[in-house]
Design a protein around this ligand. Structure first.
Ligand code: FES
Ligand code: FES
Length: 181
């Protein structure tokens, strides 16, 4: 079977070069080759976005990308953040503190089974990073959150609490709202 050699940076650590079968999805690469099982398989056809990770583009901008429908080769040479990469960890790898988005999801009881949560964490984090560069008017916050998270499916229907948590982060983080709002 034809192979593919891939290397990338995941959660700040260099991975590869590694040989994988040519038609390996990024989701399988994370789970089966790297044991990063936090990224979840939901629908497997690109609809639910449970499998999204963060990819840093060549322009330095962060974007989310679905790992179930994208070949690992698409991530070759990129910087990736998975849900395992958000918390601050000590030298032993133990979690010392969660990210503001993760803290807010806990505080608001946003998730139930948690299957969709990695996708929501990544999408919300990308939104927060974008707002640091381009703040939003207060009356546009709801629509902005909807634009970032609205395509994510939660089978436990926790949407309202996810949205409230992200609004909380936006309103409590200096610089994310336009001046005067
Ligand atoms: S598992 Fe990838 S979009 Fe649903
Ligand atoms: S918390 Fe269960 S699918 Fe969202």
């Amino acid at each position: 079977m034809a192979g593919l050699s891939v290397s990338m940076e995941i959660n700040g650590r260099a991975v590869g070069p590694m040989e994988v079968p040519e038609y390996t999805s990024m989701l399988d690469f994370l789970q089966e080759y790297l044991n990063l099982t936090g990224t979840k398989l939901g629908c497997g056809i690109g609809v639910c976005r449970a499998c999204e990770v963060i990819v840093e583009g060549d322009d330095g901008e962060l974007r989310t990308l679905r790992t179930c429908i994208n070949n690992v080769g698409r991530f070759n040479g990129k910087k990736i953040t998975t849900v395992e990469g958000h918390a601050q960890r000590n030298a032993d790898g133990d979690i010392e503190s969660l990210s503001p988005v993760q803290e807010a999801f806990l505080r608001h009881f946003s998730f139930q089974c948690g299957w969709c949560t990695p996708g929501f964490v990544n999408a919300a984090t990308v939104l927060i990073e974008q707002l640091k560069k381009s703040p939003v008017a207060k009356d546009e916050v709801e629509a902005t959150i909807d634009g970032a998270l609205g395509k994510h499916i939660c089978r436990c229907t926790g949407y309202v609490r996810y949205f409230h948590a992200v609004r909380d982060v936006i309103e409590s983080t200096p610089g994310l709202l336009k001046e005067g709002d």
